[in-house]
Design a protein around this ligand. Sequence first.
Ligand SMILES: Nc1nc2c(ncn2[C@@H]2O[C@H](COP(=O)(O)OP(=O)(O)O)[C@@H](O)[C@H]2O)c(=O)[nH]1
Ligand SMILES: [Mg+2]
Ligand SMILES: [Zn+2]
Length: 289
Amino acid sequence: MGKYHLAWDGERIRPAFPGGRLALRSEGLKNRVAVGDRVALRILEDGSALIEEVLSRGNKFSRRITFTGHEHVLAANVDVVAVMLAPTPDLNTGLLDRYLVAARAAGIDVAIVVNKMDILTPELVEEALAPYGALGLPIFRMSAKRKDGLEPFLHAVKGKWVLLAGHSGVGKTTLVNDVDPEGAKAVGDVNPQTGKGKHTTTTAVAHRLKDGTVLVDTAGIREFALFDVDWRGVEAAFPEIFHAAEGCRFSDCRHRTEPACAVRAAAEEETIAPERYASYLTLIGEVGG
Ligand SMILES: Nc1nc2c(ncn2[C@@H]2O[C@H](COP(=O)(O)OP(=O)(O)O)[C@@H](O)[C@H]2O)c(=O)[nH]1
Ligand SMILES: [Mg+2]
Ligand SMILES: [Zn+2]
């Protein structure tokens, strides 16, 4: 059996196969159909369906596959990217910054979810996340394992399409299992597979909760490289840098080694968090700024 998707037709979930043009090998695109896509379905006699068309997307949250340079659309029509952090593997704000850039470029809201509060020191969390609180980003703290502190987050995203992003091991699937134990099991039985004896390395599965919220669990994303973002796009996702840049001598200052750079000065004085500045430098280096 070839690769298939799980399509919600408003009443039930059906296995859905790319049909027509969509069945052709895609050029430059890892996936023509992404989770969250609205599609035109043709229902077949056996209850499965053909995806005849992908309707135009309100937005898409993509990463670049570094090996090929191709776009991988992680999800389409996303309302919120919820970036989950946890002390294991580590409270990685570099990855968070990367997601913030991608989400901003895609025009998608972000929520920060700190999981495993049961094994975290609150002071450490405060310190690591202070720059994000200062930017007005919503931050939620929970322990998915203990089902503790989920409510404020679930309330904030009620009725929305939420992409759960974050390192493997931070607790995304645990959270989904907390709120959708049945669905998680059912979806596990029919995970999309490739029929070519190839390992499926990445999957994204949508879980529709009773209140209409959809949580999209992602797995297997080991690297998140930016797709179609330039240095201005990076700078824009660092509002504190963008604002400080008004004081730079050059209007196209990249805030690296340029003379009279107000951003570098602010990072040295730590009015801009040095970690954020370091992230910024990494990212503009990557996008070739
Ligand atoms: N201590 C603690 N462990 C957790 C919590 N949430 C998840 N875990 C554990 O972290 C590991 C990875 O969780 P998982 O949900 O598979 O992470 P995912 O890769 O992001 O889907 C599992 O062993 C979970 O039991 C939590 O709130 N506290
Ligand atoms: Mg998982
Ligand atoms: Zn500068």
